[in-house]
Design a protein around this ligand. Structure first.
Ligand SMILES: Nc1nc2c(ncn2[C@@H]2O[C@H](COP(=O)(O)OP(=O)(O)O)[C@@H](O)[C@H]2O)c(=O)[nH]1
Ligand SMILES: [Mg+2]
Length: 313
């Protein structure tokens, strides 16, 4: 069973929690991987809760599939004193030195403390955590110099080593913490489903297509018009989908084939035909705006992730 369709039950969650607690005892800091296309819904509250006393390096993976401008804004929004954020293409690689350098900067206090106490510097130790399919195995294997063929969640595949040596300064725990995604809101469930991180049958294809058409109409209307050669964005997402269907010939006996339209549209998104898309907008971080707007950043994201941004092209 591929990792993307893991179903989470209370038993799984309790086990994930115990493992996370165990692993946290062995490490100096956490490397949290989130999907750059959904930095909000691919986060897990357990990391905040159990890891609140450890520095954190957040890797926004699959940056090659996310909107570059939005990724920049997410980095600004997520960074703070104890959190360093980096966008990465884990498949392309070339991030090893950067990750090591960031890890050293993030753990400056610890390194200073060791020096003062006359302790010989040892490599920093980190655990990798994240929801299924964000690229945890790809990341660990890349640090280890192992073949990408070992990705996936087959039991036993990554059991041989305990620590993976990334550099003289950094070691990561071989086994990542696998956590559940944020499917606690309808919107998060839709985003996770569009990106194939939860089973399609948890949400209806109709809801998925309408949600996606609505979001793209609002955030990247020009892209939608260009890709499908439609004249304008219609009043409702369904009308826009109908216009697309007519243009594309997704018809049956001269009328729009609803099922085919919904399915093909979602397929187009997943295959990358619509280009780089980020499905969640970061909260605003500029001072003026936070004064104008009384809602906090987290509230803004959870309530109206789509309302915060405009076309980023
Ligand atoms: N395009 C792209 N694909 C990635 C990236 N990171 C991981 N993947 C792909 O995402 C899928 C899941 O990766 P995997 O490492 O198994 O995720 P895990 O479940 O977190 O261990 C694989 O097909 C990877 O090749 C990335 O940065 N960019
Ligand atoms: Mg894995």
């Amino acid at each position: 069973m591929p990792s993307s369709v893991i179903q989470w039950f209370p038993g799984h969650m309790a086990k994930a929690r115990r493992q996370m607690e165990e692993n946290l005892k062995k490490v100096d800091f956490i490397i949290e991987i989130r999907d750059a296309r959904m930095p909000f819904s691919s986060a897990n509250p357990l990391i905040d809760e159990l890891g609140k006393n450890k520095p954190r390096l957040v890797l926004l993976s699959k940056m090659d599939k996310a909107d570059p401008e939005t990724t920049k804004r997410w980095i600004e929004a997520l960074e703070n004193d104890s959190t360093s954020v980096m966008a990465v293409d884990l498949v392309k690689g070339g991030f090893k030195n950067k990750v090591s350098a960031r890890s050293l900067a993030l753990n400056k206090a610890l390194i200073e403390k060791q020096k003062k106490r006359g302790i010989r510097p040892r490599p920093l130790r980190a655990m990798v955590a994240g929801i299924p399919n964000v690229g945890k195995s790809t990341f660990i294997n890349s640090l280890a110099g192992r073949k990408a063929a070992m990705t996936g969640d087959r039991p036993g595949v990554t059991k041989s080593l305990q620590w993976v040596k990334a550099s003289n300064e950094l070691e990561v725990l071989d086994t990542p913490g696998v956590l559940w995604p944020k499917f606690d809101s309808q919107r998060s469930a839709l985003v996770l489903a569009v990106l194939g991180s939860i089973k399609d049958d948890v949400v209806h294809m109709d809801d998925l297509a309408i949600f996606a058409a609505d979001y793209l109409s609002k955030t990247m209307p020009e892209r939608l018009k260009e890709v499908y050669k439609i004249e304008k964005i219609e009043e409702t997402p369904w009308e826009t989908l109908e216009a697309i269907a007519r243009k594309r010939g997704w018809l049956q006996k001269g009328t729009v084939d609803e099922n085919r339209t919904m399915r093909t549209f979602i397929q187009d998104i997943r295959s990358g035909k619509l280009g780089r898309i980020t499905w969640e907008q970061p909260p605003h971080v500029s001072k003026e705006e936070s004064e104008e707007n009384s809602t906090t950043a987290e509230q803004a994201v959870s309530a109206h992730p789509e309302a915060a941004g405009k076309e980023g092209e």
